[in-house]
Design a protein around this ligand. Structure first.
Ligand code: SF4
Length: 314
């Protein structure tokens, strides 16, 4: 937003593209709301572009490795810029503006990486970074005088002090949020993602499931997911597909459980014991087991934590 403002102040027309994926930290289904808010605050058109499948493909075939967690930032930036290049042509735009800050993020925002990303996305010289422009080699729009480089900033590094001052002067202080990146930079989500990638097949549906619950790898191909609250219990149920088993506490409130894929009766009883433990059950607990359109009741005792702790993905 700050970068766009600096360009708008030079009477340059800007069209915004808000890239979203299953990994972004917008509120679920809130991406549209975010795009609308950006558009209202900046007074420019902002289009929402979902990159769900492209993002998954990029992770599957990433070339430049992962960051501190499971964030493939360099590949991600290349993918985003390639998409932006297509949109630039469709829009009839002359160049791209981003809010990247030199050295702000490890991996993707070091000087040499910014150049590498430009090269890989075939956008050399066509990316303007108003927040750090004075510390970077001039882009084509700066050399050609399409934009006035002297009115851009020289921000560098991880501290956000300069951005805060700028946001205040531009009336955007309330928008300043310091985030560490998408969900792939979150350690819990990253562990679940790493585990998912051990599976031969996974898709967007699986990624969405990673966003809720406690996950347990109960066999190389099977997983148990428990809701952590009522809201997650309700959401968990929407992920039930053919071949899955669903466990619902009956005798006392507690987490509901989804077992992905078919498992033995013994394994179901074991999973029910885990649920009983999280439900805090001190005596026998009754659960409803739903599988293959059949429903039955099962009575179990809570399993000691030591028995299932090694399977908890975190
Ligand atoms: S933090 Fe996530 S969204 Fe941001 S560049 Fe890295 S992988 Fe992409």
């Amino acid at each position: 937003m700050l970068a766009v403002k600096l360009v708008l102040h030079q009477d340059i027309e800007v069209v915004g593209y808000h890239f979203a994926s299953a990994f972004c930290t917008c509120h679920p289904n809130g991406c549209e709301k975010t795009s609308r808010r950006l558009s209202e605050r900046l007074q420019i058109p902002v289009h929402l572009v979902r990159l769900d499948e492209e993002f998954l493909e990029m992770i599957r075939h990433q070339k430049f490795g992962f960051g501190h967690k499971m964030n493939p930032c360099i590949d991600c930036r290349i993918m985003t810029y390639r998409k932006a290049k297509t949109l630039m042509k469709e829009t009839g735009a002359s160049f791209i503006v981003t809010g990247e800050v030199l050295n702000q993020r490890p991996m993707s925002q070091f000087g040499h990486t910014l150049s590498q990303i430009e090269k890989e996305s075939a956008l050399e010289g066509l990316i303007v970074r108003p927040l750090s422009a004075q510390r970077l080699a001039p882009s084509i729009p700066e050399k050609m005088g399409w934009v006035d480089r002297s009115r851009f900033k020289d921000i560098c590094g991880r501290r956000r002090t300069s951005q805060k001052i700028l946001a205040q002067s531009l009336g955007l202080l309330d928008e300043l949020k310091v985030t560490g990146g998408c969900r792939l930079t979150d350690s819990g989500f990253a562990s679940r993602m790493k585990d998912l990638m051990t599976q031969e097949k996974w898709d967007l549906h699986d990624i969405q499931l990673l966003r809720i619950g406690r996950h347990f790898r109960i066999s190389p191909e099977r997983k148990l997911i428990l809701g952590r609250n009522e809201k997650e219990n309700r959401r968990l149920k929407t992920f039930l597909t053919e071949g899955d088993t669903y466990l619902t506490p009956v005798s006392c409130p507690g987490p509901e459980g989804l077992i992905r894929g078919s498992v033995s009766d013994d394994r179901i009883a074991w999973c029910a014991g885990v649920i009983a433990k999280y439900a805090g059950s001190k005596t026998d607990m009754i659960l409803k087991i739903t599988r293959d359109h059949r429903k039955e009741l099962l009575t179990v005792k809570a399993l000691p934590e030591i028995n299932f702790k090694p399977y908890h993905i975190r």
